[in-house]
Design a protein around this ligand. Structure first.
Ligand SMILES: [Zn+2]
Length: 269
């Protein structure tokens, strides 16, 4: 088991941005090799539909400390809703879960910020995938954007399913309730932004044993690198800010979030 380093619980290294010239970062294989050689001890690549889930698995097969989550992101749900086709796709995700590097179902959830996919279709897919998690015992990675009430209602309907609230954006009270229910709160680079008051309060309130860190790269680059392509090499900014908020050492935040990541994803090595 790696005794040092930071675990990035949410990344999209299969994203086209990582293979484009304009990204300003090295090609993805060069980038990942240098991250794992440096201070990154684990990364979970997150799928957003069938294709990107398979891409996340392919990347995980190439690096011993890379893992994958597979699932249908709310903004990727096919329109119109087709029950038969949905059943086929759910079965396909179900088969992916038996891959040894697949550690979660995700990202799944609700996004009420973008209206591309009708909310009822997002909800149907969210429920189907929560049911899959219930049947298989896999943890889930939840995307919740401006949908806190509906997300909480859904999580409460599946008390046996646990996992991660990714790039948490709810209130301190919501975070506290989630922790009581056994959920982990994942903190992105947003915590380094000047206007991160709400997230700061949530981080203050959540015990270190329930916190995780993530990039959500290529998005959500921490201050002072906002505007650049995000990658796991910027995680120290996020860890430092959490250490400051919690009044503990940088190393302690690395250790706790690393151990929490291994616990939620059930990584044994
Ligand atoms: Zn994401």
């Amino acid at each position: 088991m790696t005794e040092t380093g930071i675990f990035d619980t949410h990344a999209h290294y299969h994203d086209r941005r990582f293979s484009s010239e304009e990204s300003g970062v090295p090609a993805v294989d060069e980038l990942l090799s240098s991250l794992f050689a440096d201070n990154i001890c684990g990364i979970t690549g997150i799928g957003t539909d069938v294709e990107t889930s398979l891409e996340a698995i392919a990347l995980a097969e190439r690096y011993p400390h890379m893992y994958a989550a597979v699932g249908m992101y709310p903004g990727s749900c096919p329109i119109p809703f087709d029950a038969g086709k949905t059943q086929e796709l759910i079965a396909e995700f179900g088969r992916m879960l038996s891959h040894p590097k697949v550690v979660a179902i995700g990202e799944i959830g609700l996004d009420f910020h973008y209206d591309d996919v009708p909310r009822d279709i997002q909800q149907l897919w969210f429920d189907r995938q929560m049911q899959l998690a219930g049947e298989t015992g896999m943890p889930v990675v939840i995307h919740d954007r401006e949908a806190h009430g509906a997300v909480m209602d859904t999580l409460c309907r599946y008390p046996g399913v646990k996992g991660i609230l990714h790039s948490f954006s709810g209130s301190a009270e919501m975070a506290e309730q989630l922790v009581k229910m056994g959920w982990y709160i994942s903190v992105s680079g947003v915590v380094t932004f000047k206007n991160a008051r709400r997230l700061l309060e949530a981080v203050e309130r959540v015990p270190l044993d329930f916190l995780l860190v993530e990039t959500d790269c290529p998005y959500l680059t921490p201050h002072p690198h906002r505007g650049k392509t995000n990658h796991s090499g910027y995680l120290p900014y996020t860890v430092s800010r959490i250490a400051e908020i919690k009044g503990v050492s940088y190393e302690e935040v690395c250790r706790a979030t690393r151990e929490n990541a291994r616990r939620v994803f059930r990584i044994m090595e």
